[in-house]
Design a protein around this ligand. Structure first.
Ligand SMILES: [Zn+2]
Length: 92
C-alpha cells in the first residue's frame, strides 16, 4: 500500500488558490464596487467600475449622494474602512 500524506490534497488545493489569486492579481486592470455588497443596500442594483481605486471612491460617493441621499463627508473612518473592503480588483 502506498503511503499518502493526509494533508497533500489540501496543500495542492491551497497552492492552486494561491496561483489563481496571483494570476487574478496580474490580470486585474480595474476596480469595482457593487452597492448591493454593502450591508443594508442589497436592493440597490448600482455598481461602479473604474481604472483606479481613487476613481471608484469618487463614483461611490456620487452614487451615495444621488441614490441614497447620503453625505459622504459624514462617513466615519469605520464606514470608509468597511467600504474599502468591498472594492475588488477585476479584469475588464
Ligand atoms: Zn446604491
Amino acid at each position: 500500500m502506498r503511503y499518502r500524506s493526509p494533508n497533500s490534497p489540501n496543500v495542492a488545493k491551497c497552492v492552486m488558490i494561491m496561483l489563481y489569486q496571483m494570476w487574478e492579481g496580474t490580470m486585474a486592470d480595474a476596480f469595482t464596487y457593487a452597492c448591493r455588497d454593502c450591508e443594508g443596500m442589497e436592493a440597490c442594483p448600482a455598481s461602479v467600475t473604474a481604472e483606479t481605486e481613487e476613481e471608484v471612491w469618487r463614483l461611490m460617493q456620487l452614487h451615495a449622494q444621488v441614490a441614497h441621499n447620503e453625505d459622504p463627508a459624514e462617513w466615519t473612518r469605520e464606514t470608509r474602512d468597511y467600504l474599502a473592503t468591498l472594492i475588488r480588483p477585476v479584469s475588464v
